[in-house]
Design a protein around this ligand. Sequence first.
Ligand code: BT5
Length: 239
Amino acid sequence: MTQPFPWRICPLDVTPSTNDEAKKAAEAGEAEGLVICARTQTAGRGRHGRGWESPEGNLYCSMLLRPGGNARDLGAYGFVAALAVHDVVKELLPRAAITLKWPNDVLAGSKKISGVLLEAGEGYLICGIGLNILHHPADALYPAASLKSLGAAAPPVPEILARLLDHFSRWLGVLRGQGFAPLRKAWLDRAHKGRVSVCLADKVLEGDFADLGEDGRLLLQLADGSEQAISAGDVFFSG
Ligand code: BT5
């Protein structure tokens, strides 16, 4: 399997957020490839300042990357993460429908099983991944599930992390060798499509999933036939 660089796993017991630990290491000059993982987080974060429930038994990890190049292109790394998680979950739940929800969620049986939080700083990018193995919240923004709730005989967390890093390396190799186009195609092949509501900061848009833009934006077809490109929002499927 392609290994663009050797991963260096730093396992922690309890931490507020693996993303924060990875950021500290990045700011102290740590090289690309560090992976912080923790058994539990006391202040796990989602996007837009939301929380991420982090009881012991799930995977919480953050990779330190140093992509260089243009800040505009960093969003591609979220698709690398989503595709890698997709592949791990598909291996463990081969009969379930595993799909991707824009931007970087992985759904198993239409429920959210994983989330990705990208955070960039000067010269680095932290890619945080949460994957529900034994636990999921009963009452979440989007209906949630875990590998266990869907009947998977889940291997131990370190083995799931090792599989995730292998898949992540492979998709990272694709991005760095061939650019975003093959990732976009792979993501579209696995995307949960259909009628959606998209909650933006100031309004809700209803429409049909039309496409994933070449820049990673969600393209939504509105009722009047026009197309709207979305850079940040929460997607909910209707029905
Ligand atoms: C995400 O945010 O999906 C990104 C989650 C990233 C978590 C990882 S864990 C390792 C690393 N360290 C961190 O501190 N974070 C990253 P978002 O799309 O905003 O979803 C957050 C919403 O999902 C919350 O408001 C809840 O409603 C719901 N939620 C919370 N915990 C969940 C869980 N374990 N499983 C499914 N949904 C959850």
